[in-house]
Design a protein around this ligand. Structure first.
Ligand SMILES: Cc1cc2nc3c(=O)[nH]c(=O)nc-3n(C[C@H](O)[C@H](O)[C@H](O)COP(=O)(O)OP(=O)(O)OC[C@H]3O[C@@H](n4cnc5c(N)ncnc54)[C@H](O)[C@@H]3O)c2cc1C
Length: 412
């Protein structure tokens, strides 16, 4: 199986086919338009409306607009917007970004090569070994905004500060109603509106929060210039609950970020984050103590692996991608690459649908397509990690395998 951008996956994919809903909508064929023709189209009519200008929506906008489709990219926020994020990206994003025509040299300027693993009591440490960069540390608002800029450069029309308040799925078109009453009409709709999106209900999707609740909380702060270094550092504290819960600490470009992913009770998350912030500072994993800020951190329920439990990601004229569709890794709470990957797969399906007289039949293929390609990346490791974590600190091959699972999405 090949991931977008040509990075080979080592794990075998399983195919689970979602229930097929027989909806046949006969439509006119879409025509690829030149840049001038696109400009002459009404601002309020397009081939595809994309709701959400995060990594999922912006990736789709770049690809669709780049192939001549008329695209409206809508976001309620003024961009660039703040995003709670550890800021690490798997190396799989590099070829994907290059494929989008984005300047990877600038965007991925901070690779990290020597992450460390730590036991929950901070008494043990391991260093997984890799031949190349393990991933990249990025400033998320900057990263997301670079994708949005690439989308507008490709020809997508950006509507920022435009809250979508309603969606009408008509016989052969979609009306997206913005706060203030303006409507954008398109043939197809891509919902990339992020986690907990209220728009799913409006478009008839049944959401599933994922089998195991994963709560995340994050805190970040600036490193005083006296302590600042150029080095990008990453440390992961494993087995916080004796099992898959973990903490992620990073330091790059003068910013420190500490977050926890916790698979037990929600009310335990903030005290845990405080404990981790203090211990991470005392054990020199991060150069500043963020314990005080951790006390007021928000607790977010991650949509990690929820995609696997949803009946379908296809609605009338509509596909669902990114966090809105639960495309987040259960093992690492990594969502940027899965968001971009789901966008990449959705665009192929949308292109066929736009060129087809039976677009709904084409859209239906998305459920099979993403399951064939992404399931193994999103699900928890097959193995019970409780038994493996102690070995990570005594056995180098096990540390390497844990590293490949966490940073590259491989199975253990
Ligand atoms: C604490 C935390 C740390 C994380 N750390 C990492 C990490 O280190 N690495 C990683 O890969 N992933 C991380 N993730 C996950 C990652 O941030 C998400 O998976 C990713 O942002 C998903 O991208 P998206 O495009 O699907 O959604 P989003 O980035 O959430 O974008 C959705 C967009 O839709 C817009 N929108 C929503 N509703 C409407 C509406 N009604 N009208 C108009 N616009 C609307 C929003 O304004 C938003 O801009 C983390 C998540 C959390 C919570």
């Amino acid at each position: 199986m090949t991931k977008p951008g040509g990075v080979a996956s080592t794990s075998a994919a399983r195919c689970t086919v979602a229930p097929v809903v027989l909806v046949r909508v006969v439509e006119f064929r879409s025509i690829r338009r030149s840049a001038t023709e696109r400009l002459s189209m009404s601002d309020n009519t397009c081939d595809v409306t994309i709701i959400g200008a995060g990594p999922a929506g912006a990736t789709a906008a770049i690809l669709l607009a780049g192939s001549g489709r008329n695209v409206a990219l809508v976001d309620r926020a003024k961009l660039p917007r703040p995003v709670p994020c550890g800021g690490w990206l798997t190396p799989h994003v590099a070829p994907l970004l290059a494929n989008l025509g984005v300047d990877t040299k600038k965007l991925l300027a901070r690779p990290f090569r020597h992450p460390t693993f730590h036991s929950a009591d901070f008494s043990k440490r391991a260093e997984p070994q890799f031949d190349d960069a393990v991933g990249y540390l990025v400033d998320r608002p900057e990263f997301d905004h670079a994708l949005v800029k690439a989308a507008t450069k490709s020809g997508a029309t950006l509507h920022e500060e435009s809250l979508v308040v309603d969606i009408h799925l008509r016989e052969s078109s979609v009306d997206v109603v913005l706060d203030g009453g303006r409507t954008i009409t398109s043939r197809l709709l891509l919902l990339a509106s992020g986690r907990d999106s209220e728009l799913l209900d409006r478009t008839g999707f049944s959401t599933h929060p994922g089998e195991t609740p994963i709560y995340v909380a994050q805190v970040e702060g600036a490193v005083p210039s006296a302590k600042a270094t150029d080095e990008s550092r990453v440390a992961v504290v494993l087995g916080l609950d004796g099992g898959p819960s973990f903490a992620f600490c990073s330091c790059s470009n003068g910013r420190v970020r500490v977050n926890v992913s916790w698979m037990r009770d929600r009310f335990e998350v903030v005290p845990l984050l405080e404990r981790i912030c203090r211990a991470a500072f005392e054990n020199d994993l991060v150069p500043i103590d963020l314990t005080k800020q951790a006390g007021s951190a928000s607790v977010i329920r991650s949509p990690a692996s929820a995609a696997l439990d949803m009946d379908t990601h296809v609605g009338k004229h509509t596909l669902l991608i990114g966090d809105a569709g639960g495309f987040v890794s259960a093992a690492s709470n990594e969502g940027v690459y899965p968001a971009m990957w789901s966008a990449h797969l959705a665009v192929k399906v949308l292109e066929s649908a736009l060129d087809s007289k039976v677009s709904q039949d084409e859209l239906m293929t998305f459920d099979t397509t993403w399951r064939m390609e992404m399931v193994d990346y999103l699900r928890s490791p097959h193995t019970d990690v409780r038994f493996l974590i102690p070995l990570v600190f005594t056995n180098q091959p096990m540390a390497d395998r844990m590293g490949a699972a966490f940073f590259f999405g491989e199975n253990i």
